[in-house]
Design a protein around this ligand. Structure first.
Ligand code: DC
Length: 229
């Protein structure tokens, strides 16, 4: 069967990652979480003092960016891929509220996006990949054979994110999470480079009222259509 590229874009916390991971597992493709890459750059910036309060030291970030290598390595204990920042497993740290609150300004920097897009395109060279993010169907893989644009209502997304944080033992309120999501959506959609935007040829999937089974069924239908000889 021919291998394709599947690009899944959409708002924060609309279930993209879970959807993309499950799909990749079912069809035996590699899953890449491009948001984890921007989160890893953000963690690097926090660790190296590139943030002065909320201000970014762009000169220092520019010096560092080419030396930031992000890779994904399967964790045998969970069966999932963990994110590595220059060889260090950072899967847990990149999911904190601190990183979530600082990632949007980092993801809006042109030279950061340029480097991440380069690393993402290299990962897709042999196809057989499911990548999720904001600009995958528009910038990273404009020729992807299957593009999905996922969305859900802000309240449903905030509740899902809050549940995730609580499960990890983090403290946050529903209002804080809703506010964080709204701010990220605004910055992600209005930035100059690689804004969150639906590709013209993307299939829209609003999963506010879909069960996981219904969603998976729809995805497998779309996948089947695209790989049909
Ligand atoms: O999907 P996520 O919430 O883990 O993404 C983290 C941040 O990275 C989010 O603010 C949007 C940004 N991002 C991006 O700008 N481009 C991508 N391809 C993926 C994520």
């Amino acid at each position: 069967m021919k291998k394709i590229i599947i690009a899944i874009d959409g708002h924060s916390s609309c279930g993209k990652s879970t959807m993309a991971k499950d799909l990749a597992k079912t069809i035996g493709y590699t899953y890449v979480d491009s948001g984890a890459m921007y989160r890893a750059v953000t963690l690097h910036a926090i660790q190296k003092g590139i943030f002065k309060g909320d201000q970014l030291d762009l000169d220092k970030l520019k010096q560092d960016i080419r030396n930031i290598r992000i890779t994904f390595i399967k964790n045998p204990a969970t069966g999932r891929s963990d994110t590595y920042l220059n060889g260090q497993n950072v899967e847990h740290e990149i999911r904190s509220m601190e990183v979530a609150n600082k990632v949007s300004p980092i993801a809006a920097v042109g030279f950061v996006r340029e480097e991440m897009v380069k690393q993402q395109q290299a990962m897709g060279l042999s196809k057989g990949i499911v990548m999720d993010g904001r600009d995958i169907g528009t910038i990273v893989f404009p020729n992807a054979e299957l593009k999905i644009f996922v969305t859900a209502s802000p309240e449903i997304r905030a509740q899902r994110r809050l549940d995730e944080l609580i499960a990890k033992g983090e403290h946050a309120t529903f209002e804080e999470v809703l506010h964080n999501l709204a701010t990220r959506d605004r910055i992600d959609s209005t930035r100059k480079d690689g804004p969150l935007r639906q590709a013209e040829d993307a299939v829209v999937l609003d999963n506010s009222n879909l069960t996981i089974q219904e969603q998976n069924h729809r995805l497998m239908e779309l996948f089947g259509e695209r790989v049909k000889p």
